[in-house]
Each structure stands twice: as C-alpha cells, then as structure tokens.
Design a protein around this ligand. Structure first.
Ligand code: NI
Length: 203
C-alpha cells in the first residue's frame, strides 16, 4: 500500500530533482535510486554509526525493539524537510503512549553545516523525541547509500560556499529489528502514518 501511494506521488517529486552536481556526485542517479526503492531491488537500511544531537555516538542497535522512522534531510531545507518533520512529530503525538515504541530519526545529508549543536537547536522544534544524527561526510554517505537516498550539493548563485542540497525525501519505516518495512512519500499526512504504523506496533 505504501508503494502504491508512492508511485503516484513519488514520480513527480523525482522529476523535480536536479541532476547530480560535480564535486559531490553520488554514485547513483535519482532514477536508479527510485527504481531500487519502488521494486525492492536491493535491501534498504542497515548499520550506521553516527553522532546524535547531544554529541553521543549512535548506531542502529540503539533502537532495537522500537520501530524506526528514518528521514534524511538538512536543516537549511526551505520547505520539504520541515513539512515532513512536522508530520512525523504530529504522528508521534497522535500515537499517544504507543509512540514510546517508535523512534523518529533525522539524518542530515549536510554534515558540513549540520553539526550536533546545530541539530540540537533544530530537532526539538518538531518533536521532543526526534533525534538528529550527523557524522563525517563518509559516515553520512554510507548511511544514505544504505537507505538508497539520493543527495547532492548544489551551489547557489555566486556567493562563495553557499549551497543547497538536492535530496530525496522518503520517510522509511523500519521494524523492531531494524529491517525495512516500506516508505512514506514526501507529503504523507500524520494520520496516514499512524494508520500504517499501528498494525506494526501490535506485532
Ligand atoms: Ni529537504
């Protein structure tokens, strides 16, 4: 069901993505990544070792026993990230006490600017339980690749060093063992997330 919804909403969003830029070119194009996700061609998710917004090392093993909602984005993202993070926060609220068994994670695709300190100012805006994760560019790229996330730095105007980051914005739902269940496309409502998450919490 998640996949069917994504096929309608996802394609249009992918077409909006600019092609990869030189300098920080990801290994795969958005179309390749989309294809892998849509048709389950490769495993999604896996081990990561990152730093959370309190400055502590965090790995996927820290969240065993809980469902994970994993979202990749960056704090300077003007609209898609905040909108989806808001929906995630709202879904957590609507889950009530069941939210104790769900861990939302925001993994930055912009580790250069999104330091732990910077994430600490950002993630509480959306939900007190949201954990922000950053790390070395290598560690972030590895995590993004594991989740089949496309991201690429794109210079903005002529300002030296100013840039944005094109990225795919799927919300991944992982089970209590960290295995992939499916994804929500960008723009999924909190109610829809709750509807999909609840039956998995009963398992
Ligand atoms: Ni974004």
């Amino acid at each position: 069901m998640i996949l069917r919804a994504a096929s309608r909403v996802g394609i249009g969003l992918w077409l909006m993505l600019a092609p990869a830029c030189a300098g920080d070119a990801p290994a795969r194009s958005p179309a390749e990544v989309m294809d892998i996700l849509m048709w389950n061609r490769e495993p999604v998710g896996g081990p990561f070792e990152l730093v959370d917004h309190t400055g502590h090392i965090s790995t996927e093993r820290d969240f065993r026993g809980k469902l994970m909602l994993v979202y990749f984005g960056f704090t300077y993202c003007p609209d898609v990230c905040p909108t989806d993070l808001q929906a995630i926060g709202l879904a957590m609220d609507r889950l009530g006490s069941d939210a104790d068994n769900v861990q939302p994670l925001f993994i930055t695709v912009d580790p250069e600017r999104d330091t732990p300190q910077h994430l600490a100012d950002y993630v509480p805006l959306f939900h007190p339980r949201l954990i922000g994760l950053t790390g070395s560019p290598d560690a972030i790229r590895k995590a993004a690749d594991a989740y089949k996330v496309y991201s690429a730095k794109v210079p903005l105007g002529k300002d030296r060093g100013d840039y944005t980051v094109d990225h795919t914005a799927f919300i991944y739902l992982m089970d209590r063992n960290g295995d992939y269940l499916g994804f929500f496309p960008p723009g999924t409502s909190a109610d829809r997330m709750v509807e999909i998450i609840r039956p998995h919490l009963a398992k």
